[in-house]
Design a protein around this ligand. Structure first.
Ligand SMILES: CC(C)(COP(=O)(O)OP(=O)(O)OC[C@H]1O[C@@H](n2cnc3c(N)ncnc32)[C@H](O)[C@@H]1OP(=O)(O)O)[C@@H](O)C(=O)NCCC(=O)NCCS
Length: 320
């Protein structure tokens, strides 16, 4: 991306490796300050979003610079025909000067360029500022998204799944294609291959593959432990989906069981998963397996359409 000098001395450019320390600091400080925690810089503990997202898709990570220093950053995750952005953060002392808006410009440019069919973000439902800012760019609030978790049972249940990390190169290509075919059957063009590849290459966790009748029935991309989006003691299901149809709710239950088995194998104590509440079937499976909501935000969409947030879509993700 070519850098551009914006009004009021703000320059938006690509985020570079050398920016990552400052970007991580601003990320923690901004969220910690907004939420009023006593020691904002310790917010998010030992979990990592900034470095892992940058390594996953560095070309679509953006920096705002002000007076020669990093002022904020933003990231786009592209999942085929679907894309979302975040975390978007700006240094607290520079809030309300238009930097957040400048960091949204490249998002809109890329969504247009890629022909994104279903775009969005996850944000604080209680914040008029957040809803206002994103509405300016054509994103509209729809259903709430619940971030849920449950304690991991000690034995974690039977392991019924295969692990992507255990596959050889050819088998990995086949598994990736099967995952793509499965998500495409839920929403045309949805493709989370970058997440599967990022977890494998950065060793962030595991992609759990569930088979039935000798074809892929479901899969889940999991982050495990410190230095990932999960953090110490946690296994976080960043994306999970099962094949649509009459057996979908049973399959999702099995997939969650396989994720819990993974968490137990790794000695992790909590399993976390997010779901949009418009996916009523998926939410009910999570609730039925003992997941409880820890916090909820709202999904904002551009265009203002459901995408795969519908009752028959047995998908787990939260776009944080
Ligand atoms: C959210 C955040 C990135 C916004 O960055 P920013 O640089 O302050 O945003 P901008 O100055 O570009 O835009 C803020 C807009 O909200 C408006 N605003 C501010 N307070 C508001 C309120 N209480 N109600 C409604 N609108 C409000 C401003 O007027 C401005 O809109 P305008 O252009 O129409 O005047 C920044 O506040 C931040 O880092 N927050 C903490 C982390 C976070 O919440 N990230 C986003 C998670 S989804």
């Amino acid at each position: 991306m070519a850098s551009a000098i914006m009004p009021a001395g703000i320059r938006v450019r690509q985020l570079l490796e050398r920016d990552l320390g400052a970007a991580d600091r601003i990320f923690r400080l901004a969220f910690g300050t907004f939420l009023g925690v006593p020691d904002p810089l310790r917010f998010f503990g030992d979990s990592d979003y900034i470095r892992t997202r940058w390594r996953a898709q560095p070309d679509t990570a953006f920096a705002a610079e002000y007076a020669g220093e990093l002022a904020g950053s933003n990231f786009i995750s592209r999942w085929g025909s679907v894309a979302f952005f975040g975390p978007l953060t700006v240094k607290p002392e520079l809030w309300d000067r238009g930097i957040g808006k400048q960091l949204l410009e490249p998002v809109i440019d890329h969504f247009r360029q890629w022909g994104v069919v279903h775009g969005g973000l996850f944000t604080f439902a209680h914040s008029p500022k957040h809803i206002h800012l994103y509405q300016k760019f054509g994103f509209w609030p729809r259903f709430l998204t619940a971030i849920m978790s449950k304690p991991v049972a000690e034995n974690g249940g039977p392991r019924q799944a295969e692990y992507y990390s255990a596959l050889g190169e050819n088998e990995r290509a086949g598994a990736m294609a099967a995952c793509r075919e499965l998500t495409d059957s839920i929403f045309e063009g949805l493709d989370v291959a970058p997440e599967i590849a990022s977890v494998a290459s950065q060793k962030l966790g595991e992609t759990v593959l569930l088979y039935g009748n000798s074809r892929l029935a479901g899969f889940a991309v999991c982050h495990c432990g410190p230095g990932t989006e999960a953090g110490s003691g946690e296994c976080y299901i960043k994306f999970g989906a099962v094949r649509p149809g009459s057996k979908a709710s049973v399959r999702l239950g099995e997939l969650l069981g396989a994720c819990e088995a993974l968490a137990a194998e790794r000695g992790l104590k909590r399993l976390e998963a997010g779901v949009n509440l418009a996916r009523t079937g998926a939410f009910q499976v999570l609730a039925g397996q003992g997941f409880r909501t820890e916090l909820q935000g709202v999904a904002m969409k551009r265009p203002n359409e459901p995408g795969y947030d519908r009752p028959g879509a047995y998908v787990i993700d939260d776009w944080r």
